[in-house]
Design a protein around this ligand. Sequence first.
Ligand code: UDP
Length: 237
Amino acid sequence: MPYARVLLKLSGEALMGKKPYGIDPAIVQSIAADVSKVVSNGTQLAIVVGGGNIFRGLKGSAAGMDRATADYVGMLATIMNAITLQDGLERAGIATRVQTAIEMKEVAEPYIRRRAIRHLEKKRVVVFGGGCGTPFFTTDTTAALRAAEINADVVFKATKVDGVYDKDPERFSDAVRYENLTYQEVLRREIAVMDSTAIALCKDNNIPIVVFNLFEPGNISKAVAGESVGSRIGNSS
Ligand code: UDP
């Protein structure tokens, strides 16, 4: 396998599937089936979950809420997703631990880097909830940060589309998908795949990013096996 340790970023929207809000149990089931394959092949997997299916800080602040307060609500939303995902993974027989960046010790472990690595070595999936624990950040940045902290070989960004396009594929029928592109290109052209802080962190730590469609069953295990399932962002294109 080309990657021994993978950081998978699941956005809240991805967990929502076709539902207007919350989590689609069918999506969680399909993720669990795929994750099960990945882990049984010996790949270590950590997951960062988003919260956009429940609450986004920017939306709250646009409605007049204090931005930092709204961001804390967003972070709490990611913890709900983390616990729900843990439930789905454990029902599929996958040993899973949730670690939160905001301490909530009755429901999950606090984030302890060395402990997270130990779980991974023991073939447990670790789900990171609560983002970085600080407002004005995103869970994409959290994914890049945790990937660097746990020495992940790659960040998988599983989304609703099958890669990075030169323009919005939902609005433009002539949109072209990139196979490979560099961090520099993403930053310079402000391609909206992950926020610039996340891209810059991956660039500084030389962690490649693979962007693919989560709704295509089996894509996570294909990406782990190094198959071309979407777009790859790295140092050279
Ligand atoms: N958030 C935050 N700090 C973090 C991570 C997340 O303040 O380190 C808040 C922010 O308000 C964000 C919300 O949590 O809007 C949900 O996360 P995000 O929007 O990244 O979720 P996704 O788009 O992946 O569903």
